[in-house]
Design a protein around this ligand. Structure first.
Ligand code: CA
Length: 646
């Protein structure tokens, strides 16, 4: 009898403690997510190897028909193991094995409305999303607010970039994810504009580890979200776009049909930066939304506009750049803004034929406008409506164009995310690869849209032309991207500017501070399936031939990406493999020569090509034999670089 009572009491107690409280463990057991209902409010926390990464952080949302922010009751949970392999042609690594544990928790409001939270935990990544059920005849809702938060311990420091105020910047085109990062700031430090931070956000949780917060799977069915301003307690929550973005057009709050779901929010965790550099979580939890209509070519491109600017948008200069691409063996050439009036359609058709005769494809620039900014560059009003877009793309296909670059979006509202998706989907129908500029962060798009070829969403190389400060901080910024922006998606930075002065004549304008080998290293550090390089015709003979030979051989698609070493803002060492060939690239943003001992198992016992800076900062190429244990000491000049390849 006594035993029965104890069993019953235990059962009641267990029920009381465990109702809605459960843990989700990674397959290797190191990453642990604890989910709990506290007074009807849903929370989760995250531990890595037993150390706290996120303290109790809120979950839930308020919609215009239901309130999932309080009074929730646990209904049930279901579990399954996920093992999936997929190919990922355009970013980071070509073959991915995704192994995760999924737990779906079901909760209901006192009115019986149902919200599910889906957690997927792989060895270094957490991805979670909400799904809402239809309730009676209510088949739609607007999400007024998400409670979703990330509460870091107060000793955490942040590496974040602010969201810009709507309708500021050049011709009122912001926000466009072109703000700087501030490294190692205490949590709760106010951001530059006071309206939060754009994804991804990097957090250093003291000695407990590193965490990268982002989101993925955002297409036309939700807005792009951001992180709120942080509190002094370390809490950052999901925030929606500002009302004023895109000239105030469209709702800042996302709407979904019921049943429906939110995008995935992701947290990548490690005790060093390796899992963050190598993560594929942005792609693991999304699906291709359509099949590629052709086998997209992607590849290397030259681009007159970067160094020669608007004055080069004429027939003769474009022919010169087609010749430059042909000379380098590149697949593409990009003709930038104003071509419609300065070259004209007929002459562009002639250029396309000339390029094709040299085995080079052309890409053409477009303004996304529309009525949401004052950006004056033409062609305008070709990409913003379905009718105009399809007509334009039919012409692009007829002249054999390979891709488009669409600029000046200026917001993250659902309406704008739909425009990105519509452009991508229509472009695929016409066999066109798409690059976005003046734009938002891509959120899983490399896998969702097979013709997506990169987004700017970074303080890109054009700034090296615009102002000296960008040159003075070039090395610093370059050491951030592999750990933050470029970690979650392709980045159309436009790297490799080999002119010493950033103007057409290489004799005026801003001054490059970094070395030539630094510039070469950025093609390994920065990744995008189409790379628009800042090489100019004079560069073919400016340097010893091994410099340009390196640029002729470098690929843009990689089979593997590996973290070797680095600290955001100080230095970065990243390895990428293409076929059998590994490239290891290192850069130094600090003021002194850096001596780094690294282990490069891919080169153990092999003779490799070593590109480095001489003491006078000029480029040199040596052949060295790496010892059998793969240990190498790199000596990197300030604002310089080193590359090893075999
Ligand atoms: Ca830009």
């Amino acid at each position: 009898m006594k035993k029965v009572w104890i069993t019953l009491l235990t059962a009641i107690l267990f029920q009381f403690v465990s109702a809605g409280d459960y843990a989700v463990l990674s397959p290797d057991g190191n990453l642990k997510v604890n989910v709990s209902l506290q007074g009807g409010i849903l929370h989760y926390n995250v531990y890595y190897k037993g150390k706290v990464i996120l303290e109790d952080s809120p979950l839930g949302m308020v919609t215009n028909v239901s309130d999932f922010s309080r009074d929730l009751q646990f209904v049930e949970k279901t579990e399954r193991a996920i093992r999936e392999t997929y190919s990922l042609k355009t970013v980071k690594q070509s073959h991915v094995e995704y192994v995760a544990n999924e737990v779906v928790g079901t909760y209901q409001t006192p009115k019986g409305e149902v919200m599910r939270v889906v957690f997927r935990v792989s060895d270094n990544d957490l991805a979670f999303k909400y799904s809402l059920e239809q309730n009676g005849e209510t088949a739609r809702c607007v999400i007024e607010k998400e409670l979703t938060g990330f509460k870091f311990p107060t000793f955490t420091t942040t590496f974040l970039t602010p969201q810009a105020t709507p309708m500021i910047g050049w011709m009122r085109t912001k926000p466009s994810y072109e703000e700087g990062y501030v490294p190692d700031e205490p949590v709760g430090t106010p951001s530059r504009y006071g309206i939060g931070y754009t994804f991804p956000g990097l957090f250093r949780v003291g000695d407990n580890g590193w965490a990268l917060v982002s989101e993925t799977g955002v297409g036309s069915l939700y807005c792009g979200s951001k992180l709120s301003e942080g509190t002094a307690e370390g809490l950052y929550t999901i925030a929606f776009p500002e009302e004023g973005e895109n000239n105030g057009i469209g709702s800042a709050q996302p709407g979904i049909s019921l049943p429906g779901e939110t995008p995935w929010r992701t947290l990548t965790v490690g005790d060093n930066l390796k899992p963050i550099v190598e993560t594929t979580v942005a792609f693991d939890v999304v699906e291709p939304l359509y099949e590629p209509s052709i086998d997209y070519r992607f590849g290397r491109s030259t681009w007159s506009w970067l160094l020669w600017q608007d004055g080069s948008i004429n027939y003769e200069d474009q022919k010169t750049y087609i010749d430059l691409s042909a000379e380098l063996g590149y697949e593409l050439v990009l003709i930038d803004n104003w071509w419609i009036s300065r070259i004209g359609r007929e002459k562009v058709e002639e250029l396309a034929r000339y390029a094709a005769s040299k085995n080079v494809g052309i890409s053409l620039w477009y303004n996304s406008n529309g009525y949401w900014s004052d950006a004056p560059q033409h062609p305008k009003n070709r990409m913003n409506t379905s009718v105009a877009r399809k007509k334009e793309m039919a012409w692009l296909k007829s002249i054999g164009a390979k891709g488009i670059k669409v600029d000046f979006f200026g917001g993250d509202k659902q309406e704008t995310m739909k425009l990105y998706e519509d452009i991508l989907a229509d472009a695929n129908d016409h066999g066109l690869a798409v690059i976005f500029h003046g734009c938002t962060l891509p959120r899983g798009w490399e896998r969702m849209y097979p013709n997506f070829a990169g987004s700017e969403a970074v303080l890109a190389s054009e700034n090296l032309i615009f102002n000296q400060r960008a040159n003075d901080t070039e090395a610093y910024n370059a050491t951030l991207h592999p750990f933050i922006r470029n970690s979650v998606g392709s980045m159309d930075f436009g790297p490799v500017l080999l002119n010493k002065r950033h103007n057409r004549g290489n004799d005026g304008g801003t001054t490059r501070k970094t070395t030539e080998i630094f510039q070469l290293a950025t093609v390994v550090l920065f990744q995008s399936p189409i790379q628009n390089f800042g090489i100019t015709p004079n560069n073919l003979t400016d340097y010893p031939s091994f410099v340009i030979d390196f640029m002729k051989e470098i690929p843009t698609l990689w089979n593997e990406t590996r973290y070797i070493d680095g600290y955001p803002g100080k230095y970065a060492v990243i390895a990428r493999r293409s076929g059998e060939r590994w490239y290891v690239a290192a850069i130094n943003a600090e003021k002194e020569v850096k001596e780094l001992s690294v282990t490069l198992p891919m080169f153990a016992g092999k003779e490799v090509a070593l590109y480095s800076d001489r003491n006078d900062r000029s480029p040199q190429l040596n052949r060295v034999v790496v010892s059998g244990d793969g240990k190498v000491t790199l000596k990197i000049q300030p604002e310089g670089g080193t590359i090893l390849t075999h």
